[in-house]
Ligand binder design. Structure first.
Ligand code: KIV
Length: 281
């Protein structure tokens, strides 16, 4: 299967075909996603919550992101894979941002990196783009700056703040980003951005008017238990399926049903048991 490139995604936008984007943090899930026809995978710093059980994304490190992104690349060689720059990997300087973006390419073979912020990080976007790396901008609700935003709150719900979100979108495109992700913004504002920008605009919790959607895989499959954002649609309840399977295992073990000696055991080769008994005398 041919690996998706940025040009394939631009072609989809041109043809009005919606782009599907999902997070993934491990090899098997990446395999399932590629088989399901997902075009883009994000190895998001949401792995802090979905995989490591942290309260948020802030403790996540570059090393953790790299390890998980490598596994995802192995599982989905044909998907367009996006490495997510964690807090502390690009805030200090343009050169720090470029160095860490290059790590994602060299060590995890990504197709693009994503970083949070609009007007205030345009020099980072420009520097990484100048290094020949595809950048995806991420504006609106940006979890890494949730302290400044007063929590994980929808952005741009008033006319003044909506204007700020649009200014961020324009700045990200002007700095050279190849795709824009809008998170937690009213659909009216996303629609305006989508109609105004020329690059593909993706949404997570920002309504349907855009070129495609991103969902957290752990939400989509019903694995993440702590909370479910309003915009999430759970397509299955994997937590229930896994828990029921484990309960059945515990119950069969306690009752002696598992392991069944005839079905789930490797018996000795014919004749070897007699020799074995003699050996042990
Ligand atoms: O880390 C992540 O999964 C993200 C999405 C919430 C946009 O950045």
């Amino acid at each position: 299967m041919k690996r998706k490139s940025i040009f394939d995604l631009y072609e989809m936008k041109k043809n009005g075909e919606k782009i599907s984007w999902l997070t993934s943090y491990d090899f098997p899930t990446a395999q399932f996603a590629q088989k399901a026809g997902i075009e883009m995978l994000l190895v998001g710093d949401s792995l802090g919550m979905c995989v490591y059980g942290y309260n948020g994304t802030l403790p996540v490190t570059m090393d953790q992101c790299i390890v998980h992104t490598e596994a995802v690349r192995r599982g989905a060689p044909a998907c367009f894979i996006v490495g997510d720059m964690p807090l502390g990997s690009y805030q200090s300087s343009d050169s720090q941002a470029v160095d860490n973006a290059i790590r994602f390419l060299k060590e995890a073979d990504v197709d693009a990196i994503k970083l949070e912020g609009g007007v205030r990080i345009t020099s980072r976007i420009q520097a990484i783009t100048d290094a020949g790396i595809n950048v995806i901008g991420h504006i609106g609700l940006t979890p890494q700056s949730s302290g400044q935003l007063g929590g994980h709150k929808a952005q741009g719900r008033t006319a003044e703040t909506a204007k700020l979100v649009v200014e961020d979108a324009l700045a990200v495109q002007a700095a050279g980003a190849k795709i824009l992700l809008v998170e937690g913004v009213p659909p009216e504002v996303t629609k305006y951005i989508w109609k105004t920008l020329t690059i593909p605009v993706m949404s997570i919790g920002a309504g349907p008017h855009c070129d495609g959607q991103l969902l957290i895989v752990s939400d989509l499959i019903g694995q993440f238990q702590a909370f479910t954002p309003k915009f999430v649609k759970k397509y299955c309840n994997i937590a229930k399926i896994i828990t029921e399977a484990m309960e059945e295992y515990v119950s069969e073990l306690k009752s002696g049903q598992f392991p069944d000696e005839d079905k789930y055991c490797y018996h000795m080769i014919e004749g070897e048991e007699i020799k074995f008994k003699k050996l042990m005398q």
